[in-house]
Design a protein around this ligand. Structure first.
Ligand SMILES: Nc1nc2c(ncn2[C@@H]2O[C@H](COP(=O)(O)OP(=O)(O)OP(=O)(O)O)[C@@H](O)[C@H]2O)c(=O)[nH]1
Ligand SMILES: [Mg+2]
Length: 305
């Protein structure tokens, strides 16, 4: 049982959400906090930086609401390019800095993925295994899969199968997480969903629109720079630029008669409007910056320090 600190009777802590690319980490967090903040894509390696997403939840075992600071992380993968090295470090730092880990793994994956995670979890931080995308299997198959993890039942705190496409079982995960958090005063105001500035969130929603509308490798060689935000009572005016790696990519992103960039812009605008609940004017440009991913100095300019 976590000990009470500072005579406080609230629980509050950091929960890193880790797992291989495409495991469903960002989707699970949007689903848990009930708002679309984190970038989700059917393509792997979509999340590039850590993102805090905050949930206030009253568990039946506690007198007061608890504050859970979930940390979305890039997928655990092999390091290749400089940007991938940064992404892996983001995930590893989150593992080292948190009170609890949610290790996510699609239920169809082999148990060896979990074994690889155990090797990476050097401090042996306590963790819950979440088997995602259970809608792909029958109830019998799900039970069979859980049984394969049973040999590690002394290593994990619990194992929870979940599908965000079926049912509303958010409380099961939130209550389970709170059991393992320390007693601590809240670290953030109670009514915020993230401490990230809006610039970062808009950037991610525009990147998501690029992932959804542009095929091939281009989304992986693309980033977004927010140039200006003017927030008014009923409108949000955003000027942003999509950075590509070459002039031919820039041409493909703009498309004939600018149809492609218009499509991306409209898609991004709808996502941002849904989140801010006001009218959004999005002025979206495209720039070519050859080799922006190649050097540490260039990556720093895009916030990948
Ligand atoms: N069928 C099904 N698909 C899911 C479920 N959860 C997530 N997905 C899909 O899985 C894909 C990957 O989801 P993400 O949330 O982007 O995965 P991620 O782990 O954050 O991926 P990276 O950021 O690349 O590491 C998306 O197409 C989601 O719609 C689920 O419960 N069922
Ligand atoms: Mg993600």
């Amino acid at each position: 049982m976590p000990k009470k600190q500072n005579n406080t009777n609230t629980k509050c802590g950091f929960v890193a959400v880790v797992g291989r690319p495409n495991a469903g980490k960002s989707s699970l967090l949007n689903w848990l906090i009930g708002e679309k903040i984190a970038l989700v894509s059917h393509k792997a390696n979509a999340t590039r930086k850590r993102l805090n997403m905050i949930a206030m939840h009253k568990s039946p075992d506690e007198q007061k609401e608890s504050q859970i600071i979930f940390v979305d992380t890039p997928g655990l993968h092999k390091r290749e390019k400089l940007l991938n090295q940064f992404m892996l470090k983001e995930a590893m730092d989150a593992i080292g800095d948190c009170d609890l880990i949610l290790f996510l793994c699609p239920i169809t994956d082999d148990v060896s993925n979990y074994e690889e995670f155990l090797e990476k979890n050097k401090k042996a931080t306590k963790h819950i295994v979440i088997l995602t995308k259970t809608d792909f299997l029958t109830p019998g198959e799900i039970l069979g899969k859980i049984n394969l993890y049973k040999k590690y039942e002394k290593t994990y705190l619990n194992i929870v199968p979940i599908s965000i496409k079926k049912g509303k079982k958010q409380n099961i995960i939130l209550n389970e997480v709170i059991k393992h958090l320390p007693y601590h005063p809240y670290l953030f105001e109670e009514d915020i969903l993230t401490n990230q500035n809006m610039k970062e969130i808009y950037k991610e929603l525009i990147r998501e629109a690029v992932f959804e509308n542009i095929s091939d490798e281009i989304p992986y060689e693309t980033d977004v720079k927010i140039i200006q935000i003017k927030s008014k009572k009923n409108t949000e005016v955003i000027v942003a630029s999509i950075i590509t790696n070459s002039s031919s990519q820039k041409g493909m992103l703009i498309g004939q008669k600018a149809t492609t960039i218009k499509r991306v812009g409209m898609c991004a605008r709808k996502k941002i409007e849904k989140l801010c609940r006001k009218k959004v004017y999005l002025d979206l440009k495209v720039e070519a910056k050859k080799g922006w991913m190649k050097t540490k100095e260039n990556l720093k300019q895009f916030g990948y320090v």
